[in-house]
Design a protein around this ligand. Structure first.
Ligand code: NG1
Ligand code: ZN
Length: 534
C-alpha cells in the first residue's frame, strides 16, 4: 500500500506556493489547482472510514454556487453530517504536504495517533456536480482511494443533499434507524411519497417555476417530478435553467445566489405578477422563493422566510396533534438573519431563537439540541431536524380524536419529506409547497407575515482578513482593537440599526452586513462600516 500511496500522490503533484484550507465548504478554489488536493482527500476519506470501522464516508465534488471554473470537495460523515472539526484540520494538513513521502508519513501518523487499523475496511461514496472539471477531479480522488485500498461506490452525478442521503442510507441499512434505499430511485420514491401524504389531498395554488442554476438540480428535479402525484391533482412544476450540457452556464445570471445577492429574478425569467418561483444553487442544497407583486416589484422569500413559515406550520401541527406539552420547537439562525425575522419568531410565534456562527455545521449542531430544530441561513441553506426522542414520541403517540389523527399524519409525512441529513433544496421546496397548500396562502400572504428591515451586504477586500476576530456568534469584533467601538458608534446613529463585520470563510474578503429602519439608513450604515473595515 505504501508504494501505491507515494505513486498516486506523485501522479498529481501539488502546485508550488499554494496553501489550501478545509473551510466551511470544504476545499474550494479554481478547479485547475485542485488535483493534488483531491488525491489527498481520497486518502483522508479512507482513513476516516477505517477510524469508524468501515462506515461509509461521502466525498462530494462541487463548488456549489461558485463560478463554473471553480470546483471543490467536501467530506460527509456517516449520518450525512459535515466532517468533524478535528478531521478538517487533518485534511488541511494533508492537503498541504509537499510530496509522496511526506503524505505517506502523515498518513501513517494519523493512523497511529487515532489507533486506526490500516487493514480494516474503508468504504467511500463519491459523487459530483455537473462542472466540466468534475470528471478529472473524480479520477484524482479515485487514485487516492485506490492507493489506500478503499471500497468505492461512485454515484456519478448527484446533488449534494442526495449524496448525504446515500451516505446515511448506506450506514443505517438494516437497522432500526434505516433512512431509506441508497439509490437515486429510493430517494425519489421516499420524497415523492412523503410529498403526496403530507399534502393530504390539498392542491397547491397555481404552479411553481424552478430555476435550477443550470446545475445538477435540473436533471434531478426532472426525475423527481416523475415520482410526484400528477400535476392535475397536486403541483405543476416548470423547470427552467436546467441546461447541464453547457457547463459554462452554471450559476451564470441565475440560481439562488444570484437571486439573493442581486435581489432580483434571473434576467431570463418570463414569469408574470403573482407567479411563484424558486431558485436552486449549483448543487441544489440552497433554495430561495420569490415573485413579482401586482406592481411588478420583485419580492424575495429567503431562508429566513422559509424558516418562519415552516416553524409556524410545524408548531400548528404539533399543537393540533395534542403534543405541544412534550415537543418544543426552536429556530436557529445566523447573524445574517433579518432582525424582523428574529423578532417575528420570538414575539409572534413565541419560539426560541438561537444564533450561531456562519456555516451549516454550527446551525446543525445547535438544532440537534432541540426537540424540533428549524435552521436556515438567510441564503436558503437549511433543514429541520427532529431529535430521536421526538421521533419516538411522534411515532408512538395515539391520537385522541380525528383532528389529532390528521395533524399527526401530516407531521409524520413531514418528517419523511424533510431531508434529515442536510439542507436539501428539492425537499425544502416541496415542504414549502405543502405548507402553502395547507395554509391556502399565496406568496403575497406569506410575505405579509412581517416586513423585512432594509439591509445591505457588502464585500470588502482587505490586505489581511485573518486579523478580523469575532465573538458572540460573529456579531462583535474583538480584533482589530477599537474597531467594534467605532462600529457601535455608527450603529447608534440610525434607527433600528444593526451591523457587523466578519471575515468570510469561503472568500478572501470581509463581509459587512447592515440593517436599519430605512433603505437609505441601511445603505449608509453599511458604507460607513465598510470604510472603517478597510
Ligand atoms: P462566508 O463566505 O463565510 O460568508 C458563505 C455564506 C454562508 C455559507 C457558506 C458556505 C453568506 C453571508 N455567507 O460563507 O452562509 O453558506 O458560504 O457555502 O451568505
Ligand atoms: Zn450549495
Amino acid at each position: 500500500m505504501s508504494n501505491a500511496i507515494v505513486d498516486a500522490v506523485q501522479k498529481h503533484p501539488a502546485p508550488e506556493g499554494l496553501k489550501y484550507t478545509y473551510g466551511t465548504a470544504g476545499f474550494r478554489t479554481k478547479a485547475d489547482v485542485l488535483d493534488s488536493v483531491l488525491t489527498r482527500v481520497g486518502l483522508v476519506a479512507a482513513l476516516r472510514s477505517r477510524s469508524l470501522k468501515g462506515k461509509w464516508i461521502g466525498v462530494m465534488i462541487t463548488a456549489s454556487h461558485n463560478p463554473p471554473e471553480d470546483n471543490g470537495v467536501k467530506l460527509v460523515e456517516p449520518l450525512g453530517n459535515m466532517l468533524q472539526e478535528e478531521w478538517e484540520v487533518l485534511s488541511t494538513d494533508m492537503a498541504n504536504k509537499a510530496n509522496g513521502d511526506e503524505v505517506l508519513q502523515y498518513y501513517n501518523e494519523i493512523a497511529s495517533k487515532y489507533k486506526i487499523d490500516l487493514d480494516a475496511p474503508a468504504r467511500v461514496v463519491v459523487a459530483r456536480d455537473t462542472r466540466a472539471s468534475g470528471a478529472r477531479l473524480l479520477g484524482c480522488v479515485q487514485d487516492g482511494l485506490k492507493a489506500a485500498g478503499a471500497e468505492v461506490k461512485d454515484y456519478g452525478f448527484l446533488t449534494t443533499p442526495q449524496l448525504h442521503y446515500m451516505v446515511r442510507c448506506l450506514n443505517t441499512e438494516g437497522t432500526k434507524d434505516a433512512y431509506g434505499t441508497p439509490t437515486e430511485k429510493g430517494y425519489y420514491e421516499k420524497f415523492g411519497a412523503a410529498f403526496k401524504t403530507a399534502l393530504k389531498g390539498k392542491k397547491p395554488q397555481g404552479s411553481l417555476t424552478v430555476d435550477c442554476a443550470n446545475g445538477v438540480g435540473g436533471p434531478k428535479l426532472v426525475e423527481l417530478i416523475k415520482y410526484l402525484p400528477p400535476k392535475e391533482e397536486a403541483l405543476e412544476i416548470h423547470v427552467v435553467n436546467d441546461n447541464v450540457i453547457k457547463p459554462e452556464s452554471l450559476n451564470v445570471d441565475c440560481g439562488a445566489d444570484f437571486v439573493k445577492t442581486n435581489q432580483r429574478a434571473p434576467p431570463s425569467s418570463k414569469t408574470g405578477p403573482g407567479d411563484r418561483c424558486c431558485s436552486l444553487d449549483g448543487d441544489a442544497d440552497r433554495v430561495v422563493f420569490y415573485f413579482k407583486d401586482q406592481s411588478n416589484v420583485f419580492r424575495l422569500l429567503d431562508g429566513d422566510r422559509i424558516a418562519t413559515l415552516v416553524a409556524s406550520f410545524l408548531g400548528d401541527q404539533v399543537r393540533s396533534a395534542g403534543l405541544a406539552d412534550s415537543i418544543k420547537i426552536g429556530v436557529v439562525q445566523t447573524a445574517y438573519a433579518n432582525g424582523a425575522a428574529t423578532q417575528y419568531v420570538e414575539q409572534h410565534l413565541k419560539l426560541k431563537v438561537d444564533c450561531t456562527p456562519t456555516g451549516v455545521k454550527h446551525l446543525h449542531h445547535a438544532a440537534e439540541k432541540l426537540d424540533i430544530g428549524v435552521y436556515f441561513e438567510a441564503n436558503g441553506h437549511g433543514t429541520v431536524i427532529f431529535s430521536p426522542d421526538t421521533l419516538d414520541t411522534i411515532a408512538k403517540y395515539e391520537p385522541k380524536n380525528p383532528g389529532q389523527a390528521d395533524a399527526l399524519s401530516v407531521l409524520r409525512a413531514c418528517i419523511d419529506l424533510i431531508n434529515q441529513s442536510v439542507g436539501d433544496a428539492l425537499s425544502d421546496a416541496l415542504l414549502v409547497e405543502v405548507v402553502l397548500a395547507h395554509k391556502s396562502w399565496t406568496t403575497q400572504e406569506w410575505l405579509s407575515t412581517y416586513t423585512d428591515l432594509p439591509n445591505r451586504l457588502l464585500k470588502v477586500l482587505v490586505s489581511d482578513r485573518t486579523i478580523f476576530k469575532t465573538t458572540d456568534a460573529e456579531r462583535r469584533l474583538t480584533s482589530p482593537e477599537g474597531l467594534q467601538k467605532q462600529i457601535d458608534a455608527e450603529v447608534s446613529k440610525v434607527r433600528q440599526g444593526r451591523s457587523f463585520a466578519r471575515a468570510s470563510g469561503t472568500e478572501d474578503a470581509v463581509r459587512v452586513y447592515a440593517e436599519a429602519a430605512t433603505k437609505a439608513e441601511a445603505e449608509d450604515l453599511a458604507r460607513k462600516v465598510a470604510e472603517l473595515v478597510k
